[in-house]
Design a protein around this ligand. Structure first.
Ligand code: KG4
Length: 338
């Protein structure tokens, strides 16, 4: 019998439903993005995100089933992002998943959003172990070692802001539109490295601190304004991006030798960054390690990545009952506790 996973993702500002057959055949991956609405506010407005998920989820479900040409009866299980993320947004996907599980008597599989970002790479190549996953998103900066499937050992993380958060705040301070990472990436190509910024927590640990770099940029902009001087925005974008990404890789890559990794994967929204994608390949070109970079469609939130994890969890019968709730602060290592 075919294994068909219907997966739902609604943790932030994308409503997405995917249908995955027998681990590898992606029959549908419908994504409704709210970016245009949130852009007006310079960031995601949680209340608006929840309302838009409510409006969109039924349409997205119908479209996914039509694209996949299957009926709900044929689905083997419902996978759903149950954390981390915006609580109101998560609840919409969760309610949809629970209703479908109840109505059609299907198992319910809770999926950790960051596990999804890691497993998005399996649409490029199978994960190989030990693997170093560099998770860089709007809400997280984590270094994870995996010794086998569904085994997540967090060796380092940010002690304050996530790297994507720093990109977004820096962009806002110089008047660039949301999502800031995209704007900074684009503009940095026109600039050069002229502003020297600090490298907080520049030690041999695997932890990060991105709030210091962000604050340094805010202070720099305010000081220049007070002196009546112009900020060279492309140069600032370039300098910030180089500092943030160099620090990320300088601290992450030594883990390859320490943990004998045979593979490195990037995960999360910031993995769309062109300088990061170029640098990781360049720095590892002479090393015996496979580098997987997710295709751009996989770097933004989508349910295809949730379906991938759901498919592995289905094999291990990791199922929840209908009392499942959203967990906005769910730790990746606790992915079996819900
Ligand atoms: O993974 P994601 O969609 O959201 C979370 O689950 O947190 O990541 C969104 C983040 C935002 O901070 C956005 O600015 C950043 O990814 N981002 C980028 C780029 N594209 C998106 N950051 C740097 N360069 C990019 N090209």
């Amino acid at each position: 019998m075919d294994k068909i996973i219907l997966a739902i993702e609604s943790s932030c500002d994308e409503t997405s439903i995917a249908i995955l057959k027998n681990d590898n055949e992606l029959l549908a991956n419908v994504i409704s993005t709210q970016i245009a609405v949130h852009q007006k506010y310079g960031g995601v407005m949680p209340e608006i995100a929840s309302r838009l998920h409510v409006e969109n989820i039924g349409v997205v479900l119908k479209e996914a089933l039509e694209q996949a040409k299957i009926t709900m009866e044929e689905v083997s299980a419902i996978a759903v992002t149950s954390g981390p993320g915006l609580i109101g947004a998560l609840h919409v996907g969760l309610q949809c998943a629970k209703t479908l599980a109840l109505m059609y008597n299907k198992p319910l599989i809770p999926v950790h959003h960051l596990a999804g970002h890691i497993y998005a790479n399996e649409y490029v190549s199978p994960l190989k172990f030990p693997c170093l996953a560099i998770i860089v998103s709007g809400g997280n900066t984590e270094l994870v070692i995996m010794d086998k499937h569904l085994s997540f050992n967090i060796i380092g993380e940010t002690r304050d802001d996530a790297i994507g958060e720093a990109f977004d705040k820096v962009a806002r301070v110089v008047g660039l539109p949301y999502p800031g990472g995209v704007s900074i990436d684009r503009l940095s190509k026109e600039g050069k490295y002229t502003y020297k910024l600090p490298r907080p927590l520049n030690d041999h640990s695997y932890d990060y601190s991105y709030s210091g770099i962000k604050t340094a940029v805010i202070n720099l902009v305010n000081n220049l304004k007070q002196k009546g001087q112009e900020v060279n925005v492309p140069d600032l974008a370039h300098s910030f991006q180089k500092t943030a990404v160099d620090l990320l890789l300088d601290k992450a890559l030594p883990a390859i030798d320490e943990f004998n990794c045979v593979q490195v994967v990037l995960a999360g929204g910031v993995s769309a960054n062109s300088y990061l994608r170029e640098q990781i390949v360049e720095r590892l070109k002479d090393k015996e390690v496979e580098v997987i970079i997710p295709p751009l469609w996989c770097t933004t939130d989508n349910a295809a990545m949730i379906a991938k994890v759901g498919s592995y969890l289905y094999d291990e019968k990791v199922f929840a009952d209908l009392s499942l709730s959203a967990n906005p602060c769910w730790k990746l290592e606790d992915y079996r506790k819900f």
